[in-house]
Design a protein around this ligand. Structure first.
Ligand SMILES: [Ca+2]
Ligand SMILES: [Ca+2]
Length: 640
């Protein structure tokens, strides 16, 4: 840790140096003159941004503490603040169960520009069990049937296995006052007569599927209702069907159905399907699909809307439902159920095995288990996981030199006409390096060298590999004066005898596909090759911990673009690791210790001053741009 005096000295030196470097390194890419008024007091360094440690005045500290306060507020589950659980700004995004920024797509859909789009049947994994569709055709897998249904919604799931001549499934409502309500009756494919559904397990999750199956597009309105059962249970009807759905099925036939004993009509399920006449008492929440549900059913873990939109913009969750870091409420039974439901993965962390549901006589196949099984055959991507477990260090603060293998995705970019390193970058797999647009120029591609596995520029360590650049792709909307879209890709040149790029000591960082993978106050790591004190050309790879900062526009009014940029500063405000090389990575680890490149070092004002956090290009916003150039399969961890 550095003394304050030293930090200030270095800081002062850095200011001089940065200005000099910015001037020398690339005079043409300096911000235009209209910005120079600001530049008098703020040196917006571009090249060689050094990792420094300095005393950070209290502004940032206060800000971060306020942020922490918010987290506590967010965990609020008391019904006293029920309307506060919904995040209003998020609602404007109109997220649904098909928004891959918030949820995983089912295996028969893939994520394209933030939406789970229909796959073509041949894009499904080959493994699976044959299923029969209501169109009378058998499909080799459930995934293929669902992907076909995705394009032709009338072809629903009928049964597991091949089609039979007599196979028929139907849902009907009985003894209601209108034909949109009543007791729920089901005729199963392999049973001769209809049976009533049990009240046990019956909730909006099941009711929505039943109503959808009956043709009510917005699902169910209520699972309560007083209807007269005209007779005693006829003999032989002392059984009912217990139904368990995931909530996103299109037919009740896809749900798991088992038999139960019943003695009274009180044990039977009723439903009121949602029609335009639905009357809601008091406040209501408007779902994306247009349905209204009671305000208190938003953020309770239950998909009341049917399109899940009541559970996707939450600051806290009601009752025992589980809050994903991405702001999604999931039912408590999804915690530790062996399947990742939060896109951030924390619902499956710290689990001691998962509970098996008690065995029962099931009359239908468990298509939810089949869905999970199919999911396990999706191609797996290896990124963001180091070979060896990291060495445990005591509470580390910024500016520590890295050891070989600490940051295996970090690269250094060198322009051969310069004596020093020009920028940092991050390896994302294949032959691809991600960096800042202001670091590179297409016309200089033949001059760029990419140094991988380097930790000490003066005494290059063993394992360092130097590769030439083959291609430079700069974001087409990069704006050199506002730093918008400050992102670029470098393709490495393959060696003449190799088909692929081989970087034995490098590991790609994962590319984030959703802006909700990491949130304000998360701790992340910034790294870069920084100069040591003095002007000696000693370059060591250094790293430091920073926290993501929400709403950075209050620090950089008019210059901060929320969707495209991310701000990060220090944790306790007393020590600040504020700068790494431009183009270098800001990486964050998820609940499963998988590392993502969350930001690319872009710009910032001097460190050590109040309220001037570093600004990064927000990589999640560029997932589609990156995948367009490098190929979807190279960087898609999920939803592929
Ligand atoms: Ca709900
Ligand atoms: Ca789970």
């Amino acid at each position: 840790m550095l003394e304050r005096e030293y930090a200030q000295e270095e800081h002062a030196m850095q200011r001089v140096m940065s200005a000099k470097m910015a001037e020398q390194a690339n005079p043409n890419s300096c911000p235009p003159t209209k910005k120079t008024r600001k530049m008098k007091q703020t040196v917006r360094t571009k090249f060689v941004r050094t990792l420094v440690i300095s005393q950070r005045p209290t502004a940032l500290k206060r800000m971060l503490n306020e942020g922490k306060g918010n987290v506590k507020m967010n965990a609020q589950t008391s019904d006293t603040f029920q309307e506060d659980l919904v995040e209003k700004k998020c609602l404007t995004e109109k997220y649904t169960h098909l928004s891959c920024n918030k949820v995983f797509c089912p295996p028969w859909r893939r994520c394209i520009q933030g939406a789970c789009s229909c796959k073509l049947p041949y894009q499904c994994p080959k493994n699976g069990t044959m299923v029969c569709s209501t169109n009378g055709k058998s499909y080799p897998t459930y995934c293929q049937q669902k992907s076909f249904e995705c394009i032709r919604p009338e072809a629903k799931f009928l049964n597991s296995g091949t089609c039979t001549a007599e196979g028929q499934f139907s849902v009907s409502l009985k003894y209601g006052n209108t034909d949109s309500e009543g007791f729920v009756e089901v005729k199963l494919v392999n049973q001769e007569k209809k049976m009533f559904v049990c009240k046990e397990n019956w909730s909006m999750t099941q009711a929505n599927v039943a109503c959808l199956d009956l043709g009510f597009q917005l699902g169910a309105h209520d699972t309560q209702g007083t209807f007269q059962f005209p007779e005693d249970l006829p003999p032989g009807s002392s059984e009912c069907l217990s139904v368990r759905c995931q909530g996103l099925e299109t037919s009740l036939a896809e749900c798991t159905i088992s038999k139960r004993e019943t003695t009274s009509t009180q044990d039977l399920a009723v439903v009121v399907c949602y029609t335009q006449n639905a009357v809601l008492p008091g406040d209501s929440f408007q779902c994306v699909n247009g349905k209204h549900v009671p305000q208190k059913s938003a953020c309770d873990g239950v998909n009341d809307c049917g399109d899940q939109s009541d559970e996707l913009c939450c600051k806290g969750c009601r009752g025992e439902s589980f809050l994903c870091k991405s702001g999604v409420c999931i039912p408590k039974q999804y915690k530790c159920n062996g399947e990742m439901d939060c896109i951030t993965g924390e619902d499956e962390v710290g689990c001691e095995g998962f509970l098996r549901v008690a065995q029962e006589e099931v009359l239908t196949a468990d298509m939810d288990a089949e869905r999970k099984w199919i999911k396990s055959f999706s191609p797996k991507l290896s990124c963001g996981v180091k070979h060896s477990s990291p060495i445990r260090r005591k509470r580390v603060v910024g500016g520590k030199p890295a050891h070989a293998g600490d940051l295996p995705w970090q690269v250094a970019i060198k322009d051969v006409s310069d004596t020093s390193l020009s920028c940092g970058g991050v390896y994302i797999g294949g032959c691809w390096i991600l960096t800042a647009a202001h670091c590179v120029r297409v016309s200089r591609v033949h001059r760029y060298q990419i140094w991988t596995s380097l930790v000490d520029w003066l005494n290059p360590n063993s394992g360092v590999l130097v590769q030439w650049a083959n291609r430079v792709i700069i974001h087409e909307n990069y704006n050199g004066s506002t730093y918008q879209n400050d992102i670029a890709l470098i393709e490495l040149k393959k060696r003449s005898n190799q088909k692929e790029c081989v970087l034995p000591n490098s590991i790609p960082a994962c590319v984030p596909w959703s802006p909700y993978l990491f949130r304000p106050n998360d701790t992340c790591i910034v790294s870069g090759f920084g100069r040591e004190k003095g002007l000696k050309k000693v370059f060591l790879l250094k790293w430091g911990e920073v926290h993501l900062i929400g709403d950075c526009s209050k620090y950089y009014a008019d210059r901060y673009f929320e969707k495209e940029m991310e701000c990060a500063g220090t944790s306790d405000g007393s020590i600040d690791a504020c700068k790494g090389d431009s183009g270098g990575p800001l990486v964050c680890q998820d609940a499963n210790n998988v590392t993502y490149v969350w930001g690319v070092v872009s710009w910032g004002e001097n460190c050590g001053r109040p309220g001037t956090p570093g600004v990064y290009t927000k990589v999640a916003n560029y997932f589609d741009w990156i995948s367009y150039h490098v190929g979807r399969s190279l960087i898609s961890l999920h939803n592929v």
